[in-house]
Design a protein. Structure first.
Length: 244
């Protein structure tokens, strides 16, 4: 089942020196139970693509749909079906982890009884019991990240959109994200994430989409891209694709 479908997506930003083409005719798909890595150098267009999918930005042209719903025509339906997280996604410092989950659960439309049951499920799932009732400004970076992961998955989204989720994390914090992605795939969710950590992409991704200068320059499994470039390591493969 196709979850994300992008067709000829373009995004142009106005600038004093002239329009900036952040994305040009970008097209790709993701399926349920599939992890797709979005790779590219800084400024390639990865974050712009993910923010359009998450309904945070409007495209200039082209179409984007999530589970059959257009991001421009049915943004509310799209938001119900995605979990969005970045390395800089913050938590309200004066709220406890439990209060954070309640807040976002209500935004997602849970009724009170169903929400409390689901909160207890994710507390067990992500081993949050020890610190779930502490205020977030008293938590370590890794503990905050676990709560963020729980928040992202609270409403059983069909699509997880993760923008550099392990940037700035230590080994244990990054492992939390890796385990989260693997479980999401086994649960049949679609995962689309950007990363600069090639070892993560190589270990997790069913498919790689490479964006360079606002365009998709490669789309395939790591095996396919190795055959295409003649390179074994993902870093060498990536550099070969973008011509560096």
């Amino acid at each position: 089942m196709t979850i994300v479908e992008i067709n000829r997506l373009s995004k142009v930003y106005p600038d004093k020196k002239g329009p900036v083409n952040a994305l040009q005719d970008v097209s790709f798909k993701t399926d349920a139970g599939e992890v797709v890595g979005l790779l590219g150098v800084n400024g390639a267009g990865k974050t712009t693509t993910l923010r359009i999918i998450a309904t945070m930005l409007q495209p200039t042209s082209g179409t984007v749909s999530v589970a059959g719903f257009s991001v421009t025509e049915k943004p509310e339906e799209v938001r119900k079906r995605i979990g969005f997280m970045t390395s800089t996604t913050g938590l309200y410092p004066r709220l406890t982890g439990r209060e954070i989950l309640r807040y976002f659960g209500k935004l997602s439309g849970f009724d009170t009884s169903g929400l409390e049951q689901r909160i207890n499920e994710v507390i067990r799932e992500f081993s949050l019991a020890e610190y779930i009732d502490r205020k977030c400004d008293k938590l370590s970076t890794g503990q905050k990240q676990r709560i963020n992961v729980a928040r992202t998955s609270l409403h059983h989204p069909q699509l997880l959109v993760l923008d550099e989720p392990t940037a700035g994390l230590d080994v244990l914090g990054a492992r939390t994200i890796v385990d989260f992605v693997r479980k999401a795939r086994s649960d049949g969710q679609s995962v689309l994430f950007s990363t600069h950590r090639m070892e993560e992409a190589e270990a997790l991704c069913d498919r790689i989409v490479v964006i360079h200068k606002g365009r998709v320059v490669a789309d395939g499994t790591i095996h396919d891209l190795r055959a295409k470039t003649g390179k074994a390591g993902l870093q060498d493969l990536f550099l070969s694709i973008i011509g560096e």
